[in-house]
Design a protein around this ligand. Structure first.
Ligand SMILES: Nc1nc2c(c(=O)[nH]1)N[C@H]1C(S)=C(S)[C@@H](COP(=O)(O)O)O[C@H]1N2
Ligand SMILES: [Mo]
Length: 408
């Protein structure tokens, strides 16, 4: 299988933009022949994936069309802010309506609320606005790399992106109704629905302490623009630090709950084994003896400048990428060129806040032949990446240090 080089990438994206007007474009022959879209993902999956542009998007790696699951190729993750038309798309349900802003409203209530309210988009925009730069990463990002192999969408490295989100604080939205002291969780529903009756509606909840955190918002802007349709137009929940599953798109209901939300998407879905990951954020009302909902992201990094096996010239090579975590902030990124025996500090780039991608770069001297490059990020509470996969049945939280080979 041929590697997707820069030239190939540019020519296909130009062709794709030209073909965008008509909606879904046909893959080019080269794409259909199977470029190496997500290095490391099993061959069968790789060969069935193609680059395809959804309306309003540049070509993304298509993993499924109904529901739409499209990940970003490495090239889109080279900047700390991911452009809206390059941002990945993840859905569980196939019936995704085009929301009409004239009739759109969010119903706020639930048995834990003192009252009920309906909030239009205009009203949401009139509330005090806040901005937060935050990484949206699917819990299943890198699932395709899990060994042994697990069920679910075979994501490579690109089920993530980082954007500047603007909206009203969820806390202020909840203040419109007032919370009873018995409230333990805040639940969300979006306008999308299942295409077949047997798929449960996608409803998620978060603990009340996370809901009233000042960084948790109901966003209507992404990078200064209205949210793209496929990223939740006209409004979505942003839960900085936590994986994308809670970031409900096209949100139409926000409910204060006095009992734990029990639907399929809270349990058994989106669960991790208790005690296996070094996480602080707990979701106690959902915990049981063996599993707990996935919450904050684990500290992680990605090399975005080069693919595994990339050809380089001997001498100075600058390797760069992104690092991120669950909101403590990145303290250091280190690189090893001797398989992990010794490590040297990478240079950190612009700090867009503790929830954002932190760019890093490192100059190495490539010698003729194979050059190993390993990367490890550490956050401000001292957590670092793992060298061995922490296996779990859903393939979540894969933060194994990358170890790529550059060939000079
Ligand atoms: N309404 C709705 N919101 C949703 C989902 C969904 O299926 N429906 N999927 C969630 C999951 S699992 C993820 S990872 C993120 C992905 O966000 P994105 O599509 O904007 O990249 O959306 C979340 N919000
Ligand atoms: Mo997800």
């Amino acid at each position: 299988m041929q590697k997707m080089n820069r030239r190939h990438f540019l020519s296909t994206s130009a062709a794709a933009s030209a073909a965008l007007i008509g909606g879904l474009r046909q893959p080019t022959e080269a794409e259909a022949a199977g470029v190496d879209l997500t290095p490391g993902v099993p061959t069968g999956v790789n060969s069935s994936a193609i680059m395809e542009a959804l309306p309003g998007k540049k070509p993304l790696i298509k993993l499924s069309y109904r529901p739409p699951n499209y990940e970003a190729p490495l090239e889109y993750l080279r900047t700390p802010i991911t452009p809206n038309d390059e941002f990945y798309v993840r859905y569980h349900l196939s019936d995704i309506p085009n929301v009409d802003v004239k009739t759109y409203k969010i119903a706020v209530g639930g048995d834990g609320a003192n009252g009920q309210a309906e909030i239009t988009l205009d009203e949401l925009k009139k509330m005090p606005a806040v901005e937060v730069v935050a990484v949206n990463q699917c819990s299943g990002n890198r699932r395709g790399l899990s060994k042994p192999h697990v069920q679910g969408v075979e994501w490579g490295y690109g089920a993530m992106g980082c954007a500047r989100w603007k909206g009203a604080r969820l806390k202020d939205v909840l203040d419109k109704v007032g919370l009873k002291k018995e409230t333990i969780e805040i639940g969300f529903n979006g306008a999308d629905g299942p295409a077949v009756d047997k798929t449960p509606d996608f409803i998620k909840s978060i603990p009340v302490w996370k809901a009233v955190d000042e960084s948790t918002i109901v966003a209507y802007e992404m990078n200064g623009q209205p949210l793209p349709h496929f990223n939740g137009f006209p409004a979505r929940i942003i839960v900085p630090g936590w994986t994308g599953t809670y970031w409900i798109k096209h949100v139409i209901a926000i409910n204060a709950l006095t009992k734990p939300e029990t639907n399929f998407w809270m349990n058994p879905a989106y669960r991790i084994p208790v005690g296996k990951f070094p996480l602080r954020d707990r979701f106690i009302t959902q915990e049981n003896a063996t599993t707990t909902p996935i919450t904050e992201m684990v500290v992680n990094s990605l090399i975005t400048s080069h693919r595994d096996g990339a050809k380089v010239k001997t001498g100075k090579v600058t390797v760069s990428g992104m690092a991120w975590d669950g909101g403590y902030g990145i303290r250091a990124v280190e690189v090893s060129t001797d398989g992990g025996k010794t490590w040297a500090a990478a240079t950190l780039g612009e700090d867009l806040g503790r929830f954002a991608f932190r760019p890093w770069s490192f100059n190495l001297s490539a010698k003729a032949g194979k050059n190993s490059v390993m990367v490890n990020a550490t956050n401000r509470i001292g957590q670092a990446q793992t060298s061995e996969l922490i296996f779990n049945p859903a393939g979540y939280h894969n933060n194994v240090m990358q170890n790529i080979t550059l060939v000079a």
